[in-house]
Design a binder for this molecule. Structure first.
Ligand code: DSN
Length: 417
């Protein structure tokens, strides 16, 4: 791996090897993570990184772009076929950039946008006051029904009638349930606005048809290409044909300039791979694992927000266990299980402490873990929650976590070249 860097910068090489070793020996359960295949790592570092190109195939600003044109067209066609989309733009650098591109395409400064509250599972770019977009648009937030802990569609509808948003955003970072895209599209259109679905977290599950797709209902669908899609760190936007021209202008020159063609190459490979049976099996297992984890943890007395999960995310309320998200995250990190503290709806704790954690099953499912191993992970989590500061307990859990993950290599085909 990194044979040239190893010679020219051994100090940096060692850090990368250290990170590989960390990933290999830990149970990675951050819900926004996945493992990139050998092909994706190769393509992300391929010679397309040398080429500067702006614009679109056939209408570039730099000469020498014909081969890039061929690749971008191929990527777009593959993505369109995978999602059944009218139009696709693969140029955004990330899920956030994809969202900014749609804002550039569909909004004027001061327009009203209705998005899900960050502490109810939304995303920073959906209207958080901490994000700079909140200076340009008038964001109004909807949230969860306190009883069901699922989206309060009646509140959303009432807010849409009152504020007449130009754009409603559905989707988020910590929402474990299916979303009724059809209903939100109806609400958006009746209020005279548009629907953007940010499917970043669930894009792989949608591609594999393991959960319903937002594509038939939404005007725009944004995504990152990592997370459940298991691709490179990039973004994309799908849209209806009538928004294609505006979207392309919103992406370039609206939100970005030159394209990361090396990442575009990796995305192009990804859209072929995501149509495969192998990919579908992993996506199916992700949801099975997530459901098994939610059921086991419930059995151990954890409170699963919304009572379960339909995707790769399990969101836990730790208050019945009398520990905070931060303490649980730190104790599990020591043990070798990587998760993140997360706000739960109406969380009394600060964001740096939290009463909850978010757990994701994508990476472990890619490594081949199934329900029996998930049960072992849940048992470790329960032990840790019962004694988060007891070194003897934590050391025993660490040994068990290491035994478990050692049977499932990160790169089973052999060492990275
Ligand atoms: N919002 C971050 C997450 O879900 O972890 C990454 O986009």
């Amino acid at each position: 791996m990194l044979k040239h860097t190893r010679m020219s910068d051994p100090e940096l090489y060692d850090i990368v090897v250290e990170e590989l070793d960390r990933q290999e020996h830990n149970i990675e359960m951050i819900a926004s993570e996945s493992t990139e295949s050998e092909e994706l790592l190769e393509l992300s570092g391929c010679v397309f990184a040398n080429k500067t190109t702006e614009g679109y195939p056939g209408a570039r600003f730099q000469a020498g772009s014909q081969i890039a044109d061929k690749m971008e067209r191929m990527g777009i066609e593959r993505a369109k076929a995978l999602y059944g989309a009218d139009h696709v733009n693969l140029q955004p650098y990330s899920g956030s950039t994809a969202n900014y591109s749609v804002y550039a395409a569909a909004l004027k400064p001061g327009d009203c946008v209705l998005g899900m509250r960050l502490d109810h599972g939304g995303h920073l770019t959906h209207g958080s006051p901490a994000n700079f977009m909140s200076k340009f648009y008038h964001f109004v937030s909807y949230g969860l029904n306190p009883q069901t802990e699922q989206i309060d569609y009646d509140e959303l509808e009432a807010l849409a009638k009152e504020h007449k948003p130009r754009l409603i955003i559905a989707g988020g970072s910590a929402y474990p349930r299916l979303i009724d895209y059809e209903r939100i599209a109806r609400i958006a259109h009746s209020a005279g606005g548009l629907l953007m679905v940010d499917m970043a977290h669930v894009a792989g599950l949608v591609a594999a048809k393991v959960i319903p797709s937002p594509v038939p209902h939404a005007d725009f669908v944004t995504s990152s290409t990592t997370k459940t899609l298991c691709g490179p760190r990039g973004g994309m936007v799908l849209c209806k044909a009538e928004h294609a021209k505006a979207l392309d202008k919103g992406v370039f020159p609206g939100a970005i300039s030159s394209i990361h063609l090396n990442i575009m190459a990796a995305k192009t490979w990804l859209f072929k791979h995501a149509a495969s049976e192998e990919f579908k099996q992993v996506m199916t297992q992700i949801v099975a694992n997530s459901r098994a984890l939610a059921a086991e943890l419930t059995g151990y007395g954890f409170r699963v927000i919304s009572g379960g999960t339909d995707n790769h995310i399990v969101l836990l309320d730790l208050r019945p266990k009398k520990i905070t998200g931060k303490l649980f995250q730190d104790a599990l990190e020591y043990v070798g299980i990587t998760i993140n503290k997360n706000m739960i709806p109406s969380d009394p704790e600060k964001p740096s402490v939290t009463s909850g954690v978010r757990i994701g099953t994508t990476s472990v499912s890619q490594r081949g873990l199934k329900e029996p191993e998930i049960k072992r992970i849940a048992a470790i989590m329960n032990e840790v929650a019962g004694a988060p500061e007891d070194k003897n307990v934590l050391d025993a859990c660490k040994a068990e976590a290491m035994r478990l993950i050692s049977a499932f290599p990160l790169y089973p085909k052999g060492p990275l070249e």
